[in-house]
Design a protein around this ligand. Structure first.
Ligand code: ADP
Ligand code: ZN
Length: 435
């Protein structure tokens, strides 16, 4: 039996949802045009007025907003409500540069928490559950978002924040946590620590995990599910659109339903800006149609994925997005070849390694170098030198087959690659330092 937080919205027939989006979009465009001079100027420059936007069919006429605009307008330039009506700010993690801040009215916080409540409910959460929130609390949206969603569902909420992994496990056991919310890399670390403490999934009561905020592969999902004895659900969001909960996974575990009553999604060609038909791979763009304080229109996320309206077994009619396997600016160009860190992760896990790795890219004598540091587990480590060299060779060949270029693989001792309590740092691109 599938659970819904808001069945009427989540299973709404497409035509009705479009009508709701049309109405909300028209209202939102007016609100932004009248209250955000920064965006009004972009619309004026494009020769578009609110009267030109009569429904979602006109969405493509609006100008895009980018992270550069957010940095340009920092801090108040995109605010659409007086500060006296705002009750909260959150900020991006700064993964790719200067942080940007987002503002929320109480209405915005409620909508955001509702989105997170949908995610928890879709993962089977009810007021009988104990929900351990091990995303970071503070400016990062992970902790506050899931905390609010957990309250709405009525779970007993453990506001752990990230870190202090042994204490996480102790509380998990003492209080019988049934749902864990954190980044996938931290979930993997908790699983590893559990084993090190001599415990098994039978010693804890977890049944589900809600993991997001960074890319992770299907292979990593299976690893985490095994190490914690749970079903692992993906959740997606970004500070600019509120935070986690923009999209969430259901029991089918094949893509995330986008909360379309709040966000209109488009896929565009990142080079030309052209809107691509459903099913095409491209850059995800969001228009928020219900937010008051920080309502971004056509915001370019730089996340690369595919949208699908294929019927879902859970009964939801909300459009689904595939797992973003990296941002357009995560993509490395190494010796002219496009490389996403997630491609390397897939190979590693397939070959029996844990997702503890780091990729180092450099430029020596005008040629790009690609070094992949991969941690061995205890059993692999007891191998002979020759055995380890053979493993390195095998891994090099497997990665070359996927990428088309040959890396230098270094197998390193167990526990030498730093564990992540938040978003993992997978790539060190030293070329940027030289430029
Ligand atoms: P920053 O952009 O500084 O990392 P945020 O904390 O707002 O700031 O992170 C949002 C970004 O995190 C998204 O744009 C996306 O790239 C990534 N992200 C969030 N959830 C997921 C997910 N489930 N899968 C892959 N990437 C994700
Ligand atoms: Zn579904």
């Amino acid at each position: 039996m599938e659970n819904y937080w808001n069945k009427e919205i989540e299973c709404m027939p497409r035509e009705e949802m479009k009508k709701l989006q049309d109405e909300r979009l028209v209202k939102q465009v007016k609100h932004v045009y009248e209250n955000v001079p920064y965006y009004k100027k972009l619309m004026d420059e494009k020769g578009v007025t609110p009267d030109d936007i009569k429904s979602t069919d006109d969405l493509h006429k609006l100008p895009f907003l980018t992270k550069a605009d957010l940095r340009d307008a920092y801090p108040y330039g995109l605010l659409a409500k007086p500060l006296s009506e705002c009750v909260r700010i959150q900020s991006t993690s700064g993964t790719t540069g200067r942080r940007v801040v987002a503002f929320y009215t109480q209405h915005d916080v409620d909508l955001w928490e509702d989105c997170c409540a949908r995610a928890i409910t879709a993962a089977g959460g009810t007021n009988e559950d104990v929900c351990q929130v091990a995303y970071g609390y503070g400016l990062f949206t992970g902790g506050p978002g899931l905390n609010g969603g957990s309250h709405k569902v009525g779970c007993l909420t453990l506001p752990m924040s990230s870190g202090n992994t042994e204490r996480q496990i102790q509380f998990m056991r003492d209080l019988g946590s049934t749902i864990l919310c954190c980044t996938p890399s931290y979930a993997a670390y908790i699983g590893e620590t559990l084993k090190e403490m001599g415990l098994t999934p039978d010693d804890i009561k977890l049944k589900a995990g809600i993991f997001g905020a960074e890319p992770w592969t299907e292979e990593m999902r299976r690893e985490i599910e095994k190490s914690l004895g749970i079903k692992a659900y993906d959740i997606y969001g970004l500070t600019e659109t509120s935070g986690p909960g923009v999209a969430f996974e259901c029991s089918e575990q094949s893509g995330m339903h986008i909360n379309e009553d709040n966000f209109i999604a488009e896929i565009i060609d990142p080079d030309t800006g052209e809107v691509l038909p459903e099913g095409s791979k491209g850059e995800l763009v969001f228009t928020s149609i219900t937010k008051e304080a920080f309502p971004l229109l056509r915001y370019r996320t730089r996340d690369i994925c595919v949208l699908s309206r294929k019927k879902c077994s859970c009964g939801r009619t909300l459009i689904k997005m595939s797992k973003p396997m990296g941002r357009s600016d995560d993509m490395l160009i190494i010796r002219g070849v496009n490389v996403f860190p997630s491609q390397i992760e897939t190979v590693l896990i397939e070959q029996g390694y844990a997702p503890n790795y780091q990729i180092e890219v450099d430029r020596v004598n005008n040629s790009d170098t690609l070094d992949v540091y991969v941690e061995m587990n205890e059993e692999q480590f007891t191998d002979t030198v020759k055995g380890i060299q053979d493993k390195e060779k095998a891994l090099t060949a497997a990665i070359k087959q996927i990428l088309g270029i040959s890396p230098k693989v270094h197998l390193v001792s167990p526990k030498t690659i730093a564990r992540s309590e938040g978003k993992a740092v997978r790539v060190i691109d030293k070329r940027k330092l030289h430029d």
